[in-house]
Design a protein around this ligand. Structure first.
Ligand SMILES: C[S@@+](CC[C@H](N)C(=O)[O-])C[C@H]1O[C@@H](n2cnc3c(N)ncnc32)[C@H](O)[C@@H]1O
Length: 301
């Protein structure tokens, strides 16, 4: 809330409603007449947030949409320009707890992992269809998994005997294939990186983030802010590089004697960011352990 600094009467966009927790805080801060546009790809998140945000009446407008289409959704809803945009990336605790969605290692339900189960391809299809080399590439690229080769080999061998169509079965296959993590470190399930990789691929998460960031800067009014919460290094790198590029002025190659790009800085970093959770916060909410908040303010350029 400090990074976004929403002012009374302002227009704010929450691109990742989830359970509506951030949205409720923002709506309180922008009262009495500020408005919030909330997006989520997941219809359940929209339903849940609609109940939670009902007390705010028509000051909260909710849309089931991928944030990659934030530009058109915002324009249609009268939120272009806006004063603030929040992206709290990844999946929610509700999605993780819902065994039918296939996000959790212990889920006996189908291995799906789509934020919007009406579009795209479930994770089980990728696990069944990709050949060994493609699985290795996927686990390396989107999971930075050091044992990608062993895990991919085990998946190809196991799926010959029976399909790997539940999250629990995939977690078991990975756990048997990947050597134990060094002792003394906080216990992280050995399938964490594989699940992350599949989720990113199934939802085209990194592409959606790049598109949304570019659109967000265009949507912001001068003085407006964007705040992004990331949960792993791939996401964080994209946000960090994006802000760095928008902070710079000229991006011409150094050998050019005069500027030809005409690029002006469009963002400045908000003081106090990037920020990470304190040990106390991690103690109270272990899922926050990998969170990193980056925030930037739109300049007049
Ligand atoms: C970490 S949760 C957000 C929690 C929320 N800030 C709250 O206070 O409850 C992330 C949410 O973003 C949604 N999401 C992830 N990627 C998305 C995308 N590309 N477009 C729209 N929603 C997305 C997920 O469905 C999930 O509900």
């Amino acid at each position: 809330m400090q990074a976004l600094a929403p002012r009374p009467g302002s227009l704010q966009i929450d691109g990742t409603l989830g359970g509506g927790g951030h949205a409720a805080r923002i709506l309180e801060a922008i009262s009495p007449d500020g408005r919030l546009l909330g997006l989520d790809a997941d219809a359940h998140a929209i339903e849940r947030s609609a109940r939670r945000l009902a007390p705010f009446g028509d000051r909260a407008q909710l849309r089931q949409a991928n944030f990659s289409s934030i530009a058109s959704v915002a324009a249609d809803a009268g939120f272009d320009p806006s004063d603030g945009i929040l992206l709290d990336l990844g999946l929610s605790s509700y999605q993780l707890a819902d065994a039918a969605r296939g996000f959790s290692f212990r889920a006996g339900g189908p291995l799906d992992m789509r934020f919007d189960p009406t579009r795209g391809t479930p994770a089980a299809d990728l696990v069944a269809r990709l050949d060994e080399a493609e699985l290795v590439a996927l686990f390396r690229r989107f999971g930075e998994e050091p044992f990608a080769g062993r895990i991919a080999r085990a998946i190809v061998a196991e799926r010959r005997t029976a399909p790997i169509d539940t999250a629990q079965r995939l977690a078991d296959v990975v756990e048997r294939a990947a050597p134990g993590r060094p002792s003394g470190r906080r216990r992280v399930h050995p399938a964490t990186r594989v699940f992350q990789a599949l989720r990113i691929a199934v939802n085209s998460e990194l592409d959606a983030l790049e598109v949304a960031l570019a659109a967000a800067v265009d949507l912001l009014r001068p003085g407006g802010r964007i705040a992004v919460l990331t949960y792993h290094s791939l996401e964080d790198r994209i946000v960090k590089r994006f802000i760095a590029a928008e902070r710079r002025g000229c991006v011409c190659p150094p050998e050019l004697p005069v500027c030809v790009c005409g690029h002006r800085p469009r963002l400045r970093v908000v003081a106090g960011t990037p920020a990470t959770p304190s040990a106390r916060e991690i103690g109270a909410n272990p899922r926050a352990r990998s969170a990193r908040l980056r925030a930037a303010e739109r300049l007049a350029a």
